[in-house]
Design a protein around this ligand. Structure first.
Ligand code: N01
Length: 532
């Protein structure tokens, strides 16, 4: 990049799928780029989340990069839904294949990013005390990258082993002969519980809110299917981009209540047999109409009662809220696990964990002695990682101040008052409501094109206007109000973190509408941005 008075054209924070592809695109533009990564390797979420049973719940043939047709053709996935080690192998393969490591500094977090108005550079300070400057800063920090460890009384007094699913030891954990507690029943817990139960002497699950989960029906990759997809990959990717979640699925658009009870039952059975997230595509209005939603919820509750032998346990495991409001889970043998004699479910909905003691946990005055505790307690999602960095924009205003009442951004890509900084899949973008990889690629491509535009036109600064941001924030909020998704206490609204402002953070308008808006803005000279 010409006449750059900063050390780098671009600093990228994070070497997950977003940061890696951003680096690849930056190199293609001839930019001098550097990546800082807190972990010792690439892969982001798949680097950290190594708990037993961790796997992606988007099908392997779709949860992959599409920027390189050769990569797409040559890589072979072994299962319908990829396990974490295989996705991490893929990330490492991509890093090697495109020689990305040369520009990634591992074991280094960015702790401070301060915009210098005189030079239009971002001045960055890393965890090892080093400083550097960059014209542009891309925060590829992930949506679920800051773990949430609740501040239980006596947390430090526990003498046994403590694990968080999002920071799992790389060498793995052997629970053989151990009494284990799992706190939480979200996606991470639901995936890990059947595996931990297999190993542990006894597993006790502490459940605050039951979750709906749909069987994955995972299996070895059907080679004929993989070959068929590869033969027509571009067409499949193109179809996926026309669907709100950015996945090639074929939802039934019929309203649930227009079908007879028998038709509904048959449709839900078919979707249950298909497995996974597409279950919510059984009918077109499941996230729009409470009554319609309840037909799907009732079906799943019926499945829980069919599977779990003890009616009292089945009742405890049955959610009574909107299905799909909290992130739908996908499992292998989750409900069956509660038929094991060595698994206990403890309901803490009304009686929270009182405290941890040297020997275990106390609920309602009753002590549960365990050797290990697994905290499957989730993440400070979407904003947590960004807010842990001391980010200061124009006039020294901190991101913390700007986001005091909840995250505000233009397109989930840029924050007014923070010029030359971009977020990949930030709050206000469809991100976590879509297949993350296509969403990441779309953001990175948009940012790369924007940087090229600035370069070609001699702009040193790009900053979203306050008006454009305000309008987008209102649009994000109005879109959320149309869906049942915004009606419950989920991490989408920050409800899992005490004191976090309640704002529905991702954009619910769907991938195609969002992409159209981004493209339109770019085609019109980056409408809503001030370029100077
Ligand atoms: O976290 P969660 P997660 N006392 O926040 C409970 C993605 N993901 O790591 O519901 C007691 O969903 C909390 O209870 P409640 C996916 O997007 C994807 O499981 O708040 N319990 C809840 O049960 C997912 O949604 C994949 O009442 C406490 C649990 O901990 C996201 O990551 C796999 C508590 C946290 O569940 C996060 O999933 C895994 C407390 N103080 C994850 N605090 C796949 O692709 C929290 N809890 C398959």
């Amino acid at each position: 990049m010409s006449e750059n008075n900063c050390d780098f054209d671009l600093v990228i924070v994070g070497a997950g799928f977003a940061g890696m592809y951003m680096l690849h695109r930056a190199r293609g533009l001839g930019l001098k780029a550097k990546v800082f990564e807190a972990g010792s390797g690439v892969g982001g979420t798949w680097y950290w989340n190594r708990y037993p049973g961790a796997r992606c719940d988007v099908e392997s043939m779709q949860y992959s990069y599409q920027f390189s047709p050769e990569l797409e053709q040559e890589w072979e996935w072994s299962e319908r839904y990829s396990p974490q080690p295989e996705i991490l192998n893929y990330a490492n393969h991509v890093a090697d294949r495109f020689d990305l490591r040369a520009d990634i500094q591992f074991d280094t977090s960015v702790e401070r990013a301060i915009f210098d108005e005189g030079s239009s550079c971002w001045n960055l300070t890393t965890s090892d005390g080093e400083t550097c400057s960059a014209r542009y800063c891309v925060m590829a920090t992930g949506c679920l990258s800051s773990t949430n460890l609740p501040d239980f009384e006596g947390l430090d007094s526990f003498k046994g082993d403590k694990y968080h699913t999002g920071q799992w030891p790389h060498e793995g954990v052997d629970f053989t002969g151990k009494r284990v507690a799992v706190i939480g029943t979200g996606s991470s817990a639901i995936q890990s519980i059947p595996h931990i139960a297999e190993q542990a002497e006894h597993l006790t699950v502490f459940q605050r809110t039951p979750n709906y989960t749909i069987p994955a029906h995972n299996r070895a990759m059907d080679q004929a299917y993989a070959a068929k997809v590869k033969a027509e990959y571009p067409a499949m990717r193109a179809r996926a981009k026309t669907m709100p979640p950015g996945m090639d699925i074929t939802p039934n658009m019929q309203p649930a209540l227009e079908a007879t009870a028998e038709e509904r039952q048959a449709q839900y059975e078919a979707k249950w047999a298909e497995g996974g997230i597409p279950f919510m595509g059984a009918f077109g209005d499941l996230m729009l109409n409470d009554e319609a939603n309840n037909t799907a919820a009732a079906f799943v509750r019926g499945k829980i009662r069919e599977t779990v032998e003890d009616p009292a346990i089945a009742e405890l495991l049955s959610p009574d809220n909107v299905i799909g409001c909290k992130r739908l889970c996908v499992d292998s043998d989750y409900y069956d696990t509660y038929n094991r004699p060595d698994v206990t479910l403890v309901d803490i909905a009304n009686d929270p964990i009182e405290r941890l003691t040297p020997d275990g946990l106390v609920v309602k005055g009753e002590a549960y002695e365990v050797d290990a505790i697994v905290f499957a307690t989730g993440f400070d999602a979407m904003t947590g990682t960004l807010l842990r960095i001391d980010i200061r924009g124009l006039g020294g205003r901190t991101l913390k101040e700007k986001w005091e009442e909840g995250p505000k951004s233009y397109l989930g890509l840029s924050m007014a008052g923070f010029p030359n900084m971009f977020t990949v899949t930030g709050p206000g973008s469809p991100s976590v409501l879509t297949n993350m990889l296509p969403s990441i690629e779309q953001h990175v491509d948009w940012i790369a094109d924007c940087l090229a535009y600035c370069q070609e036109n001699g702009h040193k600064q790009i900053n979203s206007s306050q008006q454009a941001e305000d309008d987008w924030v209102s649009h994000v909020s109005e879109s959320a109000d149309l869906s049942l998704r915004s009606t419950c206490s989920s991490w989408y609204v920050g409800a899992n973190i005490p004191g976090k402002p309640r704002v529905f953070m991702p954009y619910l308008g769907g991938f195609p509408m969002y992409v159209e808006r981004c493209n339109d803005i770019a085609a019109n000279g980056y409408k809503g941005f001030a370029l100077s």
